[in-house]
Design a protein around this ligand. Structure first.
Ligand code: API
Length: 276
């Protein structure tokens, strides 16, 4: 089944976006993994699938598949690209869009200068709901990770699970070795995205993320949100943080109690057809 798609990115976190509102296909995880391959397929960090809403109070629903074919709950950079996609493809004329994902409802606003602001909802900190193996909430946990040893980390869900590890310099952080070890450690029953955060100032961090199911990406929107939440809870950050990722910058705003607001770009690179 040949389908039109858009190739997009949010500061280097790249996506194939498929409209299943006007087209039809059944998504098969093994096919997603084939198409994610950067030599044998199109190549992407995640596949985003846009569908008709299941309820009257939202405009669309969208599904997210990692490069390994696993379907996940949320994607921050993907949400911005989703909003630009449905507007550019004339699937909506709205610049304020409500969308449902597996983690709940998000509200997106398309600004005039190609930026998108996303209400990412409230962070989830209760260990059982992340999920993370701990008896009670703490701003920082100490766990023993096989092949790594004892490490301190924050644990936050933005609909999807995140571990946040502070490092002195992201350029020398052990992303390649600690990333996969923490991603799959038993403390996170559903696996976890692993963020390596360098504190530059109370209003600026540098961040690298080893993503669950995709490996290190140039940017991770939910990871940026989780890092800022964990950094504020641990007393290192104040409200209104610039997050510098390898692929670019995001602005993250959290008042310490309510929803996390993320603002950043969304770019379309090319259109194509794919046999999904
Ligand atoms: N790898 C993530 C999904 C994509 C998140 C990321 N691309 C973002 O921008 O938030 C997970 O398994 O939860």
């Amino acid at each position: 089944m040949w389908l039109k798609f858009s190739k997009m990115h949010g500061i280097g976190n790249d996506f194939v976006v498929v409209d299943l509102v006007t087209q039809h296909a059944n998504i098969r995880p093994e096919r997603v993994a084939e198409l994610a391959d950067r030599n044998f397929g199109i190549g992407f960090d995640q596949l985003l699938v846009v569908e008709k809403p299941t309820r009257p109070d939202v405009d669309f629903q969208y599904r997210i598949f990692n490069a390994d074919g696993s379907e996940v709950e949320n994607c921050g950079n993907g949400a911005r690209c989703f909003a630009r996609f449905v507007y550019d493809q004339n699937l909506t004329g709205k610049r304020d869009i409500r969308v449902e994902t597996a983690s709940g409802i998000m509200e997106l606003h398309l600004t005039d200068d190609h930026q998108v602001t996303v209400d990412m909802g409230k962070p989830e900190l209760t260990p059982a709901h992340i999920p993370f193996e701990a008896n009670a909430f703490a701003t920082e946990y100490t766990i023993d990770v096989p092949e790594v040893g004892i490490i301190n980390l924050g644990a936050v869900s933005m609909g999807n699970p995140h571990a946040v590890i502070r490092v002195d310099d992201v350029d020398t952080a052990p992303v390649e070795s600690w990333g996969p070890a923490v991603e799959s450690c038993a403390a996170f029953p559903n696996k976890v995205n692993v963020g390596f955060m360098q504190i530059v100032s109370p209003h600026h961090i540098r961040l690298r993320v080893f993503e669950r199911g995709s490996g290190e990406t140039l940017a991770c929107g939910t990871g940026a949100c989780a890092a800022v939440v964990s950094g504020q809870l641990r007393g290192w950050l104040s409200q209104g943080v610039k997050v510098s990722l390898p692929g670019g910058e995001l602005m993250i705003d959290w008042d310490g109690e309510g929803a996390v607001k993320m603002t950043g770009p969304a770019e379309r690179v090319f259109e194509g057809k794919v046999n999904l």
